[in-house]
Design a protein around this ligand. Sequence first.
Ligand code: ADP
Length: 162
Amino acid sequence: MVTALYPGSFDPVTNGHVDVVTRASALFEQVIVGVYATPSKNLLFDADARVDLFRRSVEHLPNVEVREFEGLVVVFAQEIGAKVIVRGLRSGSDFEYEFDMAFMNRRLEPEVDMVSFMASQEYMFISSSLLKEVARLGGNITGMVPAHVANAVSAKFAKPVR
Ligand code: ADP
């Protein structure tokens, strides 16, 4: 049985992430989504909220589990018995970053390998950071994220009622 780990900040989960995890769940017996608790990014959602939003997005996938983690991805992968780390690739810049990460991870832990999924065409241009910016400016993010995520993002940017 092959367990795969799909790690990320997921601030918040998008339809692009759900697409990757859905495709991974068809290939691997078990997929653990690892929500990185303390990324060096300005976060919109705390770790609990990011886990909750992802969990609700994959309720229909029986072999997918969502867990929070801290520290090195490869160490968490070993803890949960994952031989594969799953990532998604949208563009050339993703590739360069993922390539560096893959080399570093291999160096840290040669037993764990990396599998990258090419983004599906319809989700190619969706990123958590861009959609947060759009939502902050009052733009419509319907179709980029699951409905419950769109509601949670809107609530964050809702103007206080006077
Ligand atoms: P990071 O882990 O770098 O903080 P994210 O949490 O946003 O980044 O994304 C986790 C993983 O999912 C990364 O490998 C990223 O390239 C990939 N990803 C992000 N958005 C998409 C998308 N729309 N389609 C496919 N893969 C994506």
